[in-house]
Design a protein around this ligand. Structure first.
Ligand code: DGL
Length: 271
C-alpha cells in the first residue's frame, strides 16, 4: 500500500509495554494517526532467542504494513536490539528502534562517560546498547545488567513500596558502587518503576527513558522525509493485539496514561 504524509505511524511491541513509547509519540506528534500492535499471544520476547524475536518482528511489521504505515517504530527494546537490520532490509519505509535514540540521550546526559544500561536478558545479551553507546561516545564505560523481574512487577502495577524496592535493591546493588552517573531504562516496562529505581540509585544518577528520545527522533525522521502530517484533522488510533484484548485494555491504560478502548484481536499467520 502506498503511503503519504496522512498515513499512520505503525508501532509494535511484544505486548503492553510499548504503550509507554506510543504515549511519548502521541504527545510529541499529536496530529499523527497511529496503529499499535501488541503481540500479546507471544509475549515475553525478553527471554527468547534473537532468531525467534526477529521472526515475530517481521510478522508484526507485515501486519502493520497492511495499514499503509509511513514509519515503523519498534517500541520493544528486545526486538530493537536484534531485529532492526532484518526489518530495514525487508521494508520499504523507514524503521526506527528505541536503542539508538536511547543511547544518544544517554551519551548527552553523562558527564563522566560511565553509563549503565538495564534491560531484559535478550537485550543485554545482544550487546546492542553497548554498541550504540560506544558509537555515540567511543571512550564510554558501560555496565549492563538484566533485571527480568521488573517486567511482571510493572504489569501487576507493583511500582512502589516494599516489594519493588527490595527487588531493585537486590538487582542494582552491584551498580551502585561503580560510579555510573547515567542509567538507561532499556526496557519498555522500566519507566513505570523509575521512582523506585531512582531512589535506590540516588540523585546523582540520571535516568534515561528512551521513549521520549525515540518520539523526538521519529519527528525528525518524518520531517527529513517530508512526511509530517499537518493539522489535527481525522486523527486515528488503532490498537491491535494477537490474543484476546481483555488484559491489554485493563493494564494498558496504566502504560498509556489514559483509558484505552477499542483494541481488536488479529491473527498473525506463521507458515
Ligand atoms: N517489551 C520488552 C522490552 O522492551 C519487555 C517485555 C518482553 O520481554 O517482551 O524489551
Amino acid at each position: 500500500m502506498r503511503h503519504d504524509r496522512h498515513s499512520p505511524i505503525g508501532v509494535f511491541d511484544s505486548g503492553i509495554g510499548g504503550l509507554t513509547v506510543l504515549r511519548a509519540l502521541q504527545e510529541r506528534l499529536p496530529q499523527e494517526s497511529t496503529v499499535y500492535l501488541g503481540d500479546t499471544a507471544r509475549v515475553p520476547y525478553g527471554t527468547k532467542s534473537g532468531d525467534v524475536v526477529t521472526r515475530y518482528s517481521v510478522k508484526n511489521a507485515e501486519a502493520l504494513m497492511e495499514y499503509g504505515i509511513k514509519l515503523l517504530v519498534v517500541a520493544c527494546n528486545t526486538a530493537s536490539s536484534v531485529a532492526i537490520p532484518t526489518l530495514r532490509k525487508t521494508l520499504s519505509i523507514p524503521v526506527l528502534g528505541v536503542i539508538e535514540p536511547g543511547a544518544r540521550a544517554a551519551a548527552q546526559a553523562t558527564k563522566n562517560g560511565h553509563v549503565a544500561v538495564i534491560g531484559t536478558p535478550g537485550t543485554i545479551k545482544s550487546g546492542a546498547y553497548q554498541r550504540a553507546l560506544q558509537a555515540e561516545l567511543p571512550n564510554v564505560k558501560v555496565e549492563a545488567l538484566a533485571c527480568p523481574l521488573f517486567v511482571p512487577l510493572a504489569e501487576e502495577g507493583w511500582v512502589e513500596g516494599e516489594v519493588p524496592t527490595a527487588v531493585a535493591q537486590r538487582y542494582l546493588a552491584g551498580l551502585k558502587g561503580t560510579g555510573v552517573d547515567t542509567l538507561v531504562l532499556g526496557c519498555t516496562h522500566y519507566p513505570l518503576l523509575s521512582d523506585v529505581i531512582s531512589q535506590v540509585m540516588g540523585p546523582q544518577v540520571t535516568l534515561v527513558d528512551s521513549a521520549k528520545a525515540t518520539a523526538q527522533r521519529a519527528a525528525e525522521l518524518l520531517g527529513e522525509r517530508d512526511l509530517l502530517k499537518t493539522g489535527l484533522s481525522s486523527v486515528e488510533r488503532h490498537y491491535l493485539v494477537t490474543d484476546v484484548p481483555d488484559r491489554f485494555v485493563e493494564v494498558g491504560g496504566r502504560f498509556l496514561g489514559r483509558p484505552l478502548s477499542g483494541a481488536r484481536q488479529i491473527d498473525l499467520k506463521f507458515g
